[in-house]
Design a protein around this ligand. Structure first.
Ligand code: ARG
Ligand code: MN
Ligand code: MN
Length: 311
């Protein structure tokens, strides 16, 4: 197993979500033993603590329904700069959220870093939602529903960074896996921009491993970097209740571990977001512990290796 330098970064943002509480996420991961889990697997781990960005002044609101635009713009700028720097160094950063709005900074920062390294960035978006609303299309005004549209360069988001995005993701280099809740206008945008989508029905019919494999093959063939954005609501709410936007019919424990194990075996993952954990809604820390266990699988924990026949 290849051992990694892993950097934990806490991003306690929760004003992108409709319900408060994700700001406790980073500490819940620490309490659930994320650091120790990774260290026990042999990795070099450091925890940079929590980020707290300065709030920028924002003159015009893009759309009256949009909530907390200035705060999210501040987080986006801070995380973009951080991710851009960490993305150029060897090692794997893990961003402990915080709601999914944080991905506006992490994904675009890693896209900029990838560009500087001369490699394409691919994104695996593990989520019940596609988070592909624009500031125009959002009905809820909750900015955690928009980061993927921003990262793919859709118009109207210049206020996030204070300038247009220089290195947008190619929408065809994105795979949204596990999706089961998409807004009407968002659906049209996803089709128009040819974003890769694997919904729950495809998972049921084809199997999650068979859906993930060709995507990983594409990343490898392109010598790409791979950012994984894991939203707690990717998982079925029966096993992961600590999230404000539960959607029934999600991924099972075994499907989730299979994805993590395949990602580990691929050796391709270069950065990771853990988002939407709301410890206020948890049941004695079980969702936090489940997320930590999934990260363990992503970083090499396994029961038995059938190729080398070793434990
Ligand atoms: N990261 C999330 N949980 N996003 C949920 C978004 C829900 C809905 N599509 C919205 O834009 O409001
Ligand atoms: Mn999400
Ligand atoms: Mn979601």
């Amino acid at each position: 197993m290849t051992l990694k330098n892993i950097t934990l970064v806490g991003a306690p943002v929760d004003v992108g979500a409709g319900q408060r509480g994700c700001l406790m996420g980073p500490d819940a991961y620490r309490t659930a033993g994320l650091f120790e889990t990774l260290e026990t697997l042999g990795h070099m781990v450091r925890d940079l603590g929590n980020l707290s960005p300065e709030v920028v002044e924002q003159a015009v609101l893009p759309n009256a329904v949009v909530k907390n635009f200035s705060e999210i713009a501040s987080w986006t700028r801070a995380l973009h700069a951080y991710a851009r720097k960490l993305g150029r160094e060897p090692g794997v950063p893990i961003y402990m959220g915080g709601d999914h709005a944080l991905a506006a900074g992490t994904v675009t920062g890693h896209a900029a870093a990838a560009h500087e390294l001369g490699r394409p960035l691919f994104v695996l978006w593990l989520d019940a939602h596609s988070d592909f609303n624009t500031l125009e299309s959002t009905g809820s005004g909750n900015l955690h529903g928009t980061p993927l549209a921003f990262a793919c360069g859709l118009p109207g988001f210049d206020g996030f960074l204070g300038h247009p995005l220089k290195h947008p993701l190619k929408p065809e280099n994105v795979e949204v896996l596990g999706v089961r809740s998409i807004d009407r206008e968002e659906r049209e945008l996803l089709v128009k921009h040819s974003v890769g989508i694997s919904d729950m029905r495809m998972i049921d019919e084809t199997g999650i491993g068979a859906l993930l494999s060709p995507f990983l093959d594409r990343v490898r063939a392109a010598n790409g970097l791979l950012h994984v954005s894991l939203d707690v609501d990717f998982l079925d709410p029966e096993i992961a209740p600590a999230v404000g936007t539960t959607v029934p019919g999600g991924v099972t424990l075994r499907e989730a571990h299979l994805v993590m194990e395949m990602l580990h075996d691929s050796g391709l993952v270069s950065s990771l977001d853990l988002v939407e954990l709301n410890p206020f809604l948890d049941d004695r820390g079980r969702t936090a512990r489940l997320m930590v266990n999934l990260v363990g699988s992503l970083f090499g924990r396994r029961v038995f290796d059938r190729i080398t026949r070793s434990f």
